[in-house]
Design a protein around this ligand. Structure first.
Ligand SMILES: Nc1ncnc2c1ncn2[C@@H]1O[C@H](COP(=O)(O)OP(=O)(O)O)[C@@H](O)[C@H]1O
Ligand SMILES: [Mg+2]
Length: 129
């Protein structure tokens, strides 16, 4: 990826490595993801896909190298700012992670509420008129 494209990068990784004990799960990952880009991460079981995603959606901040999300260096942002950044991520987990005691609407609304959206916006987005 050249410098011209880098200015549109929303996620940037430089030489990211991740170890679990002595085991290297990610080795020197350098990656640029552009704003609006649609990408797939593929690989066999144990290749490190989930590990990489956890770093990208800020569930794991212990790694080597540098990660920039929208220009913010994850190694430098304060832990109090992390939840604010996390609210900007939408994640669809394989095992749903829905709250069983809430309705479908309430599950959707909860995420948007946490992101600080207005009730009118939440209703419109979740098709509840
Ligand atoms: N919490 C963990 N503790 C120890 N090893 C882990 C942990 N999570 C993942 N690993 C190891 O890191 C490697 C990559 O795992 P993972 O990212 O889950 O792969 P994938 O999602 O591609 O199947 C595997 O060798 C796995 O055993
Ligand atoms: Mg996985």
């Amino acid at each position: 990826m050249n410098d011209k494209n880098n200015k549109n990068s929303i996620i940037r990784l430089f030489n990211v490595s991740k170890r679990f004990g002595g085991k290297l799960a990610l080795k020197n990952i350098t990656l640029d993801i552009q704003q609006g880009e649609f990408i797939f991460i593929s690989g066999p079981s144990g290749a490190g896909k989930s590990t990489l995603l956890k770093i990208l959606y800020l569930a794991d901040n212990i790694f080597e190298g540098q990660v920039l999300i929208d220009g913010m260096n994850l190694s430098r942002i304060s832990s109090s700012k992390l939840p604010v950044l996390r609210r900007r991520f939408g994640i669809v987990f394989q095992d749903f992670k829905l709250i069983p005691t809430r309705t479908v609407y309430e599950n959707i609304a909860l995420v948007l509420e946490a992101a600080g959206k207005k009730t009118s916006f939440i209703k419109k987005k979740s098709c509840r008129y």
